[in-house]
Design a protein around this ligand. Structure first.
Ligand SMILES: O=c1ccn([C@H]2C[C@H](O)[C@@H](CO)O2)c(=O)[nH]1
Ligand SMILES: [Zn+2]
Length: 153
């Protein structure tokens, strides 16, 4: 799944705005244990941007990834439809992809999501979530199961 590196967008366009929001969010990361900052910006189909950063905890396993922070912020404001997500970290060599838990969290809201991995130079690689999570388990699987078993409630 080798992708071309897309040069930094010119700032006034939508992607430029989205990427900028992800970089800003990275500076809010609370990551005293890993020192691995992640910033995310999630674009809703209504045109709003919700940002997110990773939030760690002294009880290490309770860390919340930046992607899930952004999704929870958006959903708690009533947003359920997402077009694009931009993800960045401090890694200069290559691009940081979302972890498996975050891929699954995002899949809940649709596999057509455009996922942009962006580096500190604002270069990016673009994916569809369906490429990053093949054969995904989604709400549809539950519906299929209910239909197959004629579940009535
Ligand atoms: O896509 C990712 C990968 C990791 N992290 C966070 C979790 C943890 O705080 C730190 C190191 O794993 O990076 C994210 O926020 N998103
Ligand atoms: Zn994650």
């Amino acid at each position: 799944m080798e992708k071309e590196i897309i040069p930094a967008p010119s700032s006034p366009d939508l992607e430029g705005k989205l990427f900028h929001a992800a970089h800003l969010a990275k500076h809010k990361a609370y990551c005293p244990y890993s020192n691995f900052r992640v910033g995310v910006a999630l674009l809703t189909s209504s045109g709003k941007i919700y940002s997110g950063c990773n939030v760690e905890n002294a009880s290490y396993a309770l860390a919340t990834c930046a992607e899930r922070t952004a999704v929870c912020k958006a959903v708690s404001e009533g947003e359920l439809s997402f077009d694009k997500i931009a993800i960045t970290s401090d890694v200069e060599t290559g691009f940081t992809g979302p972890c498996g838990s975050c891929r699954q969290t995002l899949a809940e809201f649709g596999l057509d999501l455009d996922v942009y991995l962006i580096n500190p130079k604002n270069e990016s690689k673009a994916y569809k979530l369906r490429e990053l999570l093949p054969i995904a388990f989604t709400p549809r699987d539950l519906l299929k199961h209910r239909a197959a078993h004629d579940v009535i409630d």
